[in-house]
Design a protein around this ligand. Structure first.
Ligand SMILES: Nc1ncnc2c1ncn2[C@@H]1O[C@H](COP(=O)(O)OP(=O)(O)OP(=O)(O)O)[C@@H](O)[C@H]1O
Length: 241
């Protein structure tokens, strides 16, 4: 479904990604991990169209999408959540999610405000955000902000979701809720998920495959048990002697 083909990305002298290749099959739930600065966000930026790769290509459902604008890629079915949710404060909770409906896969055919709002509210229910949809996103807890961010992304009806550190800054209960939304999105909506996360003990329990980056290089790709005992991975996290 998604093929990352020899992707390199440099920023001046910094090689953020170096000849990285992997494939993601439809319906899979993949963790993308690595120490700080290893290139995870850069990879999400390249896949979602925010950055153009220096070399290589991203292929999605048989088409090359690298170089296309983010709105075109989102409309084709690849959505992302951001590490720091930043809802538009002048829009209501429902209106923030309605933006997702409009820019997503179904958007072009849905210029009917009531229908768009209905879809948005359905997604707020899906993520379990119990706030008044007509309220404004001020003073929301970290957990609710995260749910709103996930509702906005899922409202685009993605085939692939790039989930960027959805657990960061959450307490224990919020953390459970946020990870349960990913599991549910995959099970009930059939979304293929690539999940960047630093909270490893939660990620390792939920994903079926882990890809590890270190200094822009792919150093491991396999099931959680194999990857977590891989010598290079352990050294990358703990620091080699
Ligand atoms: N726009 C940019 N300009 C210059 N350097 C950048 C830019 N974006 C990322 N980098 C550099 O590229 C490297 C990879 O950064 P990236 O943010 O992709 O890592 P990461 O694995 O997501 O880190 P973290 O876990 O801390 O979020 C780092 O050395 C970073 O400083």
């Amino acid at each position: 479904m998604l093929e990352i083909q020899n992707i390199s990305k440099s920023f001046g002298g910094v090689m953020a990604l170096h000849d990285v290749s992997f494939r993601v099959e439809e319906g899979s739930f993949v963790g993308l991990i690595g120490p700080n600065g290893s290139g995870k966000t850069t990879m999400f930026n390249v896949i979602s169209g925010a950055l153009k790769p220096t070399r290589g290509a991203v292929n999605y459902e048989g088409q090359t999408i690298s170089g296309l604008n983010p709105n075109v890629i989102c409309h084709a079915g690849i959505a992302r959540t951001f590490q720091i949710p930043q809802p538009i404060k002048s829009l209501t909770v429902a209106e923030n999610v309605m933006l997702g409906v409009l820019f997503g896969r179904g958007g072009k055919h849905k210029f009917h405000q009531e229908r768009i709002k209905k879809d948005a509210i359905k997604m707020l229910d899906f993520v379990g955000l119990g706030l008044d949809p007509d309220s404004y996103p001020e003073k929301m807890t970290a957990g609710d902000l995260r749910k709103l961010e996930m509702a906005r992304a899922l409202a685009t009806q993605p085939k692939v979701l790039l989930a960027d550190e959805v657990l960061s800054g959450l307490n224990k209960d919020e953390l459970k809720d946020a990870s349960a939304i990913l599991t549910k999105a995959r099970a009930e909506l059939g979304v293929t998920i690539i999940w960047v996360e630093h909270i490893m003990h939660v990620l390792m329990k939920l994903v079926e495959r882990v890809i590890v980056l270190n200094h822009g290089l792919l150093i491991a790709d396999g099931d959680p048990d194999t990857v977590s005992s891989d010598k290079q991975v352990v050294e990358a996290y703990l620091g080699a002697e």
